[in-house]
Design a protein around this ligand. Structure first.
Ligand SMILES: CCCCCCCC/C=C\CCCCCCCC(=O)NCC(=O)O
Ligand code: ZN
Ligand code: ZN
Length: 519
């Protein structure tokens, strides 16, 4: 049977669903009868039903039918360096989404194209051409992971205790699959958007986005496209990440830090290890790198947009921290010192220094002819590439260490987050709908970099929020060991995009609400 039409929001509700509509939506989302006929599969047919590994979670019976041959997490779409990505896996990913999202690829008002070899651009044509389109961004590539240290192999897509484990479950296949799953679901319910939108799934975000996002952006720019707003991965719902805040809070990245990656090289004359010089190239380089680690760049806390984050979150802090945060003009130096204790909050205080690669030496009895190291700095919004470079030179203070710049860009402009900013308000409203536990939604500085920076010429309204719930212990899973997402959170992510798409269909500006109770 054809699926029943989804009871969509009435126009009167604009952004919010009415109580009855929400109930209907809940039923539609969980009612397997709304799915295509599936046959009498049991859970043994496909093993554990896991969201990303099998692609779909809301319509479990339907997904069992389609997804026997692996899933998003099991396709190792690893990016190693710019131009060096796992192309076969990326092609497989393209085939996979064609298979599991048939309506997205066959709808008369969704246009799909592959850009840069493996990135995907979808244009979803809305019924009102006068409304400016928006864009949902995600990426399909992941950073490498070996089996070592993982509870389950990172590309096996296994479920344990309600969590799906694997590289990409938080960054960023949850979003790539979640967005497409939301669209597939809406199309199945005969939903026709009013406002047009784009979905761009990049294939090399983890290594600069130069072949994916950059090409998509320049293609759209040449076509004269301007966006109402752009939503990408970034900050998240944070639960217990910051001491003194009792309820979870959602941070939406209104800017992101800059970045500079340096190669440090020391050369020396090779020779016999039995009569070594006082210092080898490895020793000289190690000392330089150690000086960088021992002398972090200065605290700039309170001089950038992080000030607004803490001011807006002030009421969420318990006494007396609420007073402290509301008076950062006085207390910023003390707060900065406390934030610097933990890596996640230290990243808000200063430009960070990370030594990520170190190479040197050719044989045990040969004086090394060279040594080199890669150091990646993430630049605080109140600093520039030039300023960082100058401070680094002064800290190394050794002419034998040659410094070359691999890549560099300044911190990104701050997107508006006032009451008149459609993009920020629609995202904020949707967060309150889906993550009703959050005490506040505030603007923040995204400490990592995203594909969204390639779209600066298309909109000033760029917002970086991953619809995921992170506890303090989860932060190390991103690019780390045992990356995982609970099935419940993946499902909430799909709901987030489902609501965001529908909420964006209003021409009117949503008013800022602190919570749903005020609606
Ligand atoms: C109350 C304030 C506490 C703030 C603590 C920050 C918590 C960090 C939350 C999320 C992690 C940020 C990840 C950002 C996305 C990164 C995407 C990525 O990997 N890009 C590539 C790169 O940056 O190299
Ligand atoms: Zn990412
Ligand atoms: Zn990443």
């Amino acid at each position: 049977p054809e699926p029943s039409p989804l009871p969509l929001r009435s126009r009167r509700g604009l952004l919010g669903f009415g109580v009855q509509e929400k109930e209907q939506l809940r039923e539609a989302l969980t009612d397997p009868l709304g799915c295509p006929p599936c046959g009498p599969e049991t859970s043994e047919d496909v093993g554990p039903i896991s969201a990303l590994s099998y692609g779909l979670v809301l319509e479990r019976a339907w997904l069992r039918k389609q997804l026997h041959n692996g899933g998003a997490i099991r396709i190792p779409t690893v990016s190693f360096s710019p131009g060096n990505v796992t192309t076969t896996a990326m092609e497989e990913f393209g085939a996979y989404i064609r298979k599991v999202f048939p309506r997205v690829f066959s709808s008369s008002f969704v246009h799909h194209e592959v850009v840069g070899g493996f990135s995907h651009l979808f244009t979803v044509h809305g019924s009102d051409p006068l409304l400016q389109p928006y864009m949902l961004l995600a990426h399909l590539d992941v950073v490498p992971a070996s089996d070592e240290g993982w509870e389950v192999p990172p590309f096996s897509g296994q479920e344990r205790d309600g969590f799906l484990y694997g590289r990409g479950t938080l960054d960023d296949k949850n979003a790539a699959m979640g967005i497409l799953q939301a669209l597939e679901f809406l199309l199945k319910r005969n939903y026709k958007p009013i406002r047009s939108f784009y979905i761009a799934i990049g294939h090399d975000e983890e290594v600069s986005g130069r072949d994916g996002a950059r090409k998509i952006a320049s293609k759209l720019e040449s076509a004269g496209v301007r966006l109402s707003f752009l939503s990408d991965e970034g900050l998240a719902v944070l639960d217990g990440v910051m001491k003194g805040i009792e309820r979870p809070v959602a941070l939406v990245g209104t800017t992101e830090k800059g970045s500079i990656t340096l190669t440090l090289t020391v050369q020396s004359v090779p020779g016999h290890s039995s009569f070594p010089p006082k210092e080898t190239s490895i020793g000289i380089l190690a000392a330089a790198v150690s000086r960088l680690e021992q002398n972090p760049l200065p605290s700039l806390f309170g001089k950038g947009p992080e000030l607004a984050t803490f001011e807006q979150l002030a009421t969420q802090f318990t006494f007396p921290l609420n007073i402290v945060m509301a008076n950062l003009w006085l207390f910023a130096p003390i707060v900065a010192r406390i934030l610097a204790w933990k890596p996640s909050t230290n990243a808000l205080v200063r430009t960070t220094t990370a030594v990520t690669l170190f190479q040197g030496g050719v044989k045990a009895n040969v004086i090394p002819p060279f040594a080199n190291a890669t150091v990646n700095f993430r630049i605080h919004p109140a600093q520039t590439v030039e300023e960082v470079l100058e401070l680094v030179r002064a800290t190394i203070a050794d002419d034998r260490v040659k410094i070359s710049v691999q890549e560099a860009f300044n911190p990104l402009p701050v997107s508006p987050y006032d009451e008149d900013s459609f993009g920020f308000q629609v995202i904020r409203h949707t967060i309150h709908e889906i993550f009703s536990e959050v005490g506040a939604v505030a603007p923040g500085v995204c400490i990592g970099n995203t594909d969204s920076r390639h779209y600066l010429n298309l909109t000033k309204n760029i917002y970086r929020f991953s619809p995921i719930w992170l506890k303090a212990e989860d932060l190390s899973r991103i690019h780390g060991l045992n990356e995982r997402i609970s099935l419940e959170m993946y499902e909430r992510g799909v709901q987030f995009y489902l609501h965001l798409i529908q909420n964006s269909d209003t021409p009117e500006l949503p008013k800022a609400h602190k919570s749903l109770h005020e609606l």
